[in-house]
Design a protein around this ligand. Structure first.
Ligand SMILES: *[C@@H]1O[C@H](CO)[C@@H](O)[C@H](O)[C@H]1NC(C)=O
Ligand SMILES: *[C@@H]1O[C@H](CO)[C@@H](O)[C@H](O)[C@H]1NC(C)=O
Ligand SMILES: *[C@@H]1O[C@H](CO)[C@@H](O)[C@H](O)[C@H]1NC(C)=O
Ligand SMILES: *[C@@H]1O[C@H](CO)[C@@H](O)[C@H](O)[C@H]1NC(C)=O
Ligand SMILES: *[C@@H]1O[C@H](CO)[C@@H](O)[C@H](O)[C@H]1NC(C)=O
Ligand SMILES: *[C@@H]1O[C@H](CO)[C@@H](O)[C@H](O)[C@H]1NC(C)=O
Ligand SMILES: *[C@@H]1O[C@H](CO)[C@@H](O)[C@H](O)[C@H]1NC(C)=O
Ligand SMILES: *[C@@H]1O[C@H](CO)[C@@H](O)[C@H](O)[C@H]1NC(C)=O
Ligand SMILES: *[C@@H]1O[C@H](CO)[C@@H](O)[C@H](O)[C@H]1NC(C)=O
Ligand SMILES: *[C@@H]1O[C@H](CO)[C@@H](O)[C@H](O)[C@H]1NC(C)=O
Ligand SMILES: *[C@@H]1O[C@H](CO)[C@@H](O)[C@H](O)[C@H]1NC(C)=O
Length: 754
């Protein structure tokens, strides 16, 4: 069966890992605060519908391959005119199939729960009419590239017999609608039960569950009452779901469990922050009801408290010390599977299971304005090994930490009294800039506020808006004092860019950094390592005499490195930073392969750090399932990188502790995906457009003339406070070509959504 093989070819290096069930220890199992004490169930809504067309064979097969061994396949049952039960996510077939193209004029109007809807309804078609209809992606923000591959609508029987999922969940959303059209869900379910075991039957209609009770063996099939919106009216009782949830004793009379939207458990306020959890899980358990939570989607914004980390969200439902739901309904079953088996019940101090340096270039800049005391404090407590300080210079020669030389990028400068100072700076490719070199340190700390950098603003994904201007700026000296005191931190990474430009302004950045490091005692200690990072080899040359780890950053995407380049790099660097795309190149966010760059650098004894990891789902290629932990796993297990440079160090630190890494056989939900495998599920017409090949890094790209001497500037506006004596070698101005492309541009180029 080629379809099956093709989905499985998504999977991995290590074929022996296939279908390994989790080897959970007795200790872990006993920790679950579910009703039964067993691990919560993973329920895959329409299969792996977050990636492949909902309810398609491929979606179920991928879920089967990648989920916990006892996963449950969810099927939304609809009935055709001739009474055949099919799995389809919506009462209208045009929602996720091409029926509207095949049968142009066969749409009609029906009243569904009192609201008239227009569309292609299953009750107007016999099952054999649907033979040529193909399932497609119904969610616009998801990749449509798999739609070209014919995917027939499946009957419930097909799903049960062809896939043989270990658990089957039938959701009967619209019994009363089908009854009004003389089709009986009850008869369908009863006749199905003669050949197929449904482990769960859910419905938002009280009467349906009540009527079917006598015909189902409760030990075989659990009846689950599904809650809709709090204000929606349940048709049989004429009560709102919001009032029924306060009457669980009544629910218990006809159901053994409930399924609730996740906000019933962890509500959010209007600004998308979590409020304290409700008591509904504990109430349900007290009543003897199981409780399942719905709406787990990795690719929509969820509460800011989770920092865009879907595993963190799952853990708050299954491992919060007070309760655990009995199962989660997800479009991305890999994430709950890994959350349950690999990440739940980990202690913050558990031993790392993978050798991986976690470097946070601006502190926890996904949660707080970068390079502030808040961001650094969070990064240290989240488990970062190395705290970064991108050094900028003030007009009066003070080196300080900020993610950009342009104050507008990381502060409120554009709204400040200095806003009229904004000018273009073509030399630095800045369209409108107020440079750090235009203001004194006193002006910056007294008159400006930090501003969180919303890297994915184009997609309207904000970072922790409540903290958007929290924290204070830190000079390099403050930063070093902080880092020295942070005992969990094993090193600092000081990044220097634009050194030649600064020299021309009379600011010697390399000298200022050396001085500050010495004054802070970092020049002759061995407790914390000091990394000096630059994309300019001329900067690293200046530090050659020091004991610091010199880190060369290749900041554009490359596909290979020439041997001669490697030799040259070794003359000025001890380790190398490359982009994610230089490891796993992608077209339109689909991986197209894997380069040889990491092993090449490593065999030249150059450890490889990769940048820049983010939690926001939009930053990850589709192959990583909108899950930042899955992305990390691909780089660590799939590419063997030595370190990651991340704005969310907490996610990386938790990834590193995950217990599945010590299993003898990796479960598939913790295995790297095979680059390029998703392309195999597409027809040639649906392949993403091929992007220009990345360049090969040549020796020329990495050699630079020495930095120019630090210019003497006339102290017109500045009466001589400029200090920071710079070591000023001779030489002419260098063309700093490699820094022209900012990291933002690189990332956006990766992610261009088709
Ligand atoms: C539970 O964990 C302890 C140590 O953490 C170990 O000694 C014991 O064998 C474990 N028990 C089971 C049933 O796995
Ligand atoms: C299908 O239904 C879902 C949920 O109601 C909706 O978000 C989506 O936009 C619909 N898609 C189409 C193509 O109608
Ligand atoms: C459905 O209703 C719309 C107006 O609400 C009407 O224009 C249309 O003709 C109706 N379609 C059918 C097939 O009855
Ligand atoms: C349902 O309840 C509403 C008020 O809660 C009432 O106005 C309405 O008549 C009721 N309908 C039925 C069919 O009982
Ligand atoms: C619970 O719901 C049932 C059915 O609607 C109703 O008869 C009963 O009075 C309700 N109990 C409470 C405490 O609201
Ligand atoms: C979520 O974050 C907000 C803002 O930081 C905080 O006030 C709230 O207590 C947090 N919610 C939970 C449940 O921790
Ligand atoms: C900012 O500084 C640059 C040189 O560092 C200078 O050319 C420019 O005129 C300054 N802008 C303002 C508004 O002072
Ligand atoms: C050093 O760190 C401790 C906590 O680890 C903190 O209480 C103390 O204030 C810090 N001292 C300085 C000088 O930052
Ligand atoms: C470190 O350097 C400082 C001055 O730079 C010196 O006073 C101190 O003795 C040195 N310490 C060690 C352990 O070498
Ligand atoms: C580059 O070096 C590797 C390993 O030393 C060697 O196998 C390879 O042939 C070299 N490539 C070229 C083009 O010299
Ligand atoms: C520098 O300027 C400040 C005020 O702008 C003044 O108080 C100070 O005396 C000046 N220092 C020198 C050395 O001119």
């Amino acid at each position: 069966m080629w379809k099956m093989r093709c989905v499985l070819c998504l999977l991995l290096f290590c074929c022996s890992a296939a279908f390994v069930s989790a080897q959970r220890s007795g200790n872990v199992t006993s920790k679950w605060l579910t009703l039964s004490g067993d691990a919560p169930k993973v329920i895959a809504r329409g299969g792996f519908s977050g990636l492949l067309p909902d309810s398609s064979y491929n979606a179920y097969a991928l879920a089967q391959a990648i989920s916990l061994a006892d996963w449950v396949a969810w099927c939304d049952v609809q009935l055709t005119k001739d009474g055949v039960g099919i799995c389809f996510p919506d009462i209208k077939l045009d929602n996720a199939s091409d029926i509207d193209v095949l049968f142009k004029n066969r749409h009609s109007n029906y009243s569904v729960n009192g609201v008239t809807q227009t569309g292609w309804f299953s009750i107007d078609f016999n099952f054999k009419d649907l033979a040529l209809v193909s399932l497609k992606q119904g969610v616009y923000s998801r990749a449509p590239n798999f739609d070209g591959t014919p995917q027939q609508i499946l009957t419930v029987q097909d799903v049960a017999t062809q896939l043989k999922p270990p658990g089957l969940w039938l959701n009967i959303q619209h019994d009363s609608f089908y009854s009004q059209h003389s089709l009986s869900m009850r008869s369908f379910v009863i006749s199905l039960s003669r050949s197929v075991i449904a482990n769960y039957i859910s419905s938002p209609e009280v009467n349906f569950l009540r009527n079917i009770a006598s015909r189902l063996n409760p030990r075989v099939t659990k009846r689950v009452f599904r809650f809709l919106g709090e204000g929606d009216i349940e048709p049989s009782t004429n009560q709102t779901y919001g009032s029924l949830v306060k009457n669980l004793t009544f629910i218990k009379t006809f159901a053994s469990g409930i399924l609730v939207p996740k906000r019933y458990i962890w509500p959010t306020d209007s600004s998308l922050y979590l409020q304290p959890h409700t008591s509904v899980v504990l109430d349900a358990h007290k009543e003897g009801l199981e409780i399942y939570a719905a709406d787990f989607l990795n690719d929509v914004p969820f509460a800011y408290n989770y920092s865009y980390d879907p595993v963190a969200e799952h853990l708050s439902y299954i491992d919060n010390g007070e309760f655990s739901v009995d199962g989660v309904l997800s479009d991305f079953p890999m994430t709950p599977s890994a959350s349950i088996d690999c990440f739940a019940h980990l202690g913050k101090n558990d031993k790392p299971q993978a050798k991986l340096q976690i470097i946070s270039p601006e502190g926890a800049s996904g949660d707080y304005p970068g390079c502030t005391n808040f961001a650094y404090t969070k990064a240290a407590s989240d488990g970062a090994d190395v705290l970064g300080c991108p050094v900028q210079m003030t007009k009066d020669g003070i080196p300080f930490c900020l993610g950009s030389i342009n104050l507008i990028d990381r502060t409120d400068a554009a709204q400040s009294e200095f806003s009229n100072m904004a000018i273009p700076v073509p030399e630095l490719q800045i369209k409108s800039g107020i440079l750090t070199t235009n203001l004194s340190w006193t002006d910056i700390i007294q008159k400006l506020k930090p501003a969180i950098y919303n890297r994915w603003l184009d997609y309207r994904l904000l970072r922790n808006p409540k903290a958007r201007s929290d924290g204070t700026f830190m000079s390099l000296a403050d930063f070093l004092t902080f880092a020295k005191n942070a005992t969990s931190v094993s090193g600092v990474m000081i990044s220097i860019e634009n050194a030649a430009y600064l020299a021309k302004q009379g600011l010697g950045v390399t000298g200022a950094v050396m001085d500050t490091l010495s004054k802070a005692g970092f020049n002759n200690q061995t407790v914390q390592k000091v990394m000096i990072q630059s994309s300019e080899s001329s900067v690293l040359e200046e530090f050659k005499k020091s004991n610091y780890e010199l880190v060369y950053m290749v900041d554009n995407d490359i596909r290979d490195i020439e041997n001669s380049t490697l030799l040259e790099m070794k003359t000025f660097a001890k380790s190398v930073v490359i982009t994610k795309d230089s490891v796993f190149p992608s077209d339109s966010s689909f991986l197209i392969g894997q380069t040889n760059i990491v092993p090449k650098l490593q065999s030249a004894n150059l450890p490889v750090y990769v940048r820049l990891f983010n939690n926001e789902f939009i930053s990850q290629p589709w192959d990583f399932f909108s899950d930042s932990s899955a992305e990390l796993n691909n780089f660590v297990l799939g590419a063997g990188v030595d370190g990651v440079i991340t704005e969310y160090p907490g996610t990386a630190a938790r990834y590193r502790r995950n217990r599945c890494l010590q299993y003898k056989e990796l479960p598939l939900y913790m295995s790297p995906s095979k680059p390029g495998s998703l392309l195999e599920l597409m027809t040639p017409q649906s392949l993403p457009p091929v992007e220009a090949p990345r360049p090969v890094l040549t020796e020329n790209d990495v050699t630079e003339p020495p930095l120019p001497p630090v210019a003497k500037v006339n102290p017109a506006s500045d009466n001589g406070t400029a200090k920071a004596p710079a070591s000023a070698p001779n030489g002419q101005s260098s063309v700093v070509a490699s820094i022209l492309m900012s990291s933002v541009a690189i990332l956006l180029a990766i992610i261009l959504v088709s």
